[in-house]
Design a protein around this ligand. Structure first.
Ligand SMILES: Nc1nc2c(ncn2[C@@H]2O[C@H](COP(=O)(O)OP(=O)(O)OP(=O)(O)O)[C@@H](O)[C@H]2O)c(=O)[nH]1
Ligand SMILES: [Mg+2]
Length: 297
């Protein structure tokens, strides 16, 4: 008898949602960074355990919308919390809940959607006793299927999250082949790996204005080499200078780090070429957002 559970991972930006998805899938399919709003689209991750297929949707983090891109990101979250079996709601346990989070949780409760509360980053707590008031205040206001304290980076508690989700799987055919771990096209994964390295290396002002598009990705006939060419778009001429760096140092550092991870992911030698272009104010331009695959409309 086969079973399936569709699960959306939602919560504030930087809570550790993509980190959790990667930990559950066992491969890095979603970009992770300490900068807010790292995830921009819905990312699907698939894990098969015995006869159960778990399908996860990682979503952009809740934040205050400031431009058209963030409006699209927040719409993605809204659309991702219907027609599923459960929501994993993730919080950084060192941060207080805000109104946006509370509103989402209340509407999930109203729709009778099972919600598993995952309190992440317990490694940052001085004492586990600090968790008790957090849990008490949350469960006073919202009904949860389960409350699970975890530290994703220390691999503490992730197995308990999986066990809870397994309980919610319903009898159903499997929708994805057994060997599939994500529905992200390879070009998108490659672009996200490059964008993640830039997020890691650049200072705060620039990263949000960056989009990466992989233009070509071809394996050579005569050698085991994958040629990838990518364009890094930034919003300002001055940002382009920062992305390239002194004598190209920044671009070189980021593309080397990306190449190493690309080789690891695709298990083949990679030749990566990155170009930097300016597209002013792309985050407010519908057409460009569609172009980058950040909106389906
Ligand atoms: N200390 C600590 N840091 C963590 C833990 N889990 C994730 N992080 C860090 O938190 C930061 C954000 O992680 P992400 O997985 O990108 O968070 P996210 O919720 O997907 O963020 P958005 O995509 O912006 O919504 C990264 O620097 C992670 O390494 C944890 O258990 N403990
Ligand atoms: Mg994320």
């Amino acid at each position: 008898m086969s079973k399936t559970a569709f699960v959306t991972i939602a919560g504030r930006t930087n809570a550790g949602k993509s980190s959790l998805l990667n930990a559950i899938i066992g491969e890095k399919i979603a970009s992770v960074s300490n900068k807010p709003q790292t995830t921009r689209t819905r990312i699907t991750g698939i894990r098969n355990i015995d006869d159960v297929q778990l399908v996860f949707f990682d979503t952009p983090g809740l934040h205050k919308p400031v431009n058209k891109l963030s409006e699209h990101m927040l719409n993605t979250v809204k659309e991702s919390v219907s027609d599923i079996d459960a929501v994993v709601f993730m919080m950084d346990c060192t941060k207080k809940i805000n109104e946006q989070e509370l509103n989402l949780l209340k509407s999930l409760n109203a729709s009778k959607m099972p919600v598993i509360l995952v309190l992440n980053k317990i490694d940052l707590l001085k004492s586990m006793n600090d968790l008790a008031p957090v849990i008490a205040s949350m469960t006073e206001q919202i009904h949860f299927q389960a409350v699970i304290p975890v530290s994703v980076t220390e691999d503490n508690g992730v197995d308990i999250v999986i066990d809870e989700i397994m309980k919610l799987a319903a009898e159903s055919p499997h929708y994805f082949p057994e060997d599939m771990i994500t529905d992200q096209p390879e070009k998108v994964i490659a672009a996200e790996i490059i964008r993640e390295k830039l997020l890691m290396m650049l200072s705060d002002e620039v990263p949000h204005g960056i989009a990466v598009g992989v233009e070509t990705m071809t394996e050579r006939d005569d050698k085991d080499i994958l040629d990838i060419s990518a364009v890094i778009y930034c919003e300002k001429e001055s940002h382009k200078g920062i992305v390239i760096g002194k004598k190209g140092a920044m671009l070189k550092k980021a593309s080397t780090a990306a190449r190493i991870e690309l080789e690891d992911f695709f298990r083949i030698k990679v030749n990566l070429q990155c170009w930097v272009k300016v597209k002013e104010d792309w985050r407010n331009r519908e057409g460009l957002i569609r172009n980058f695959g950040l909106s389906e409309k």
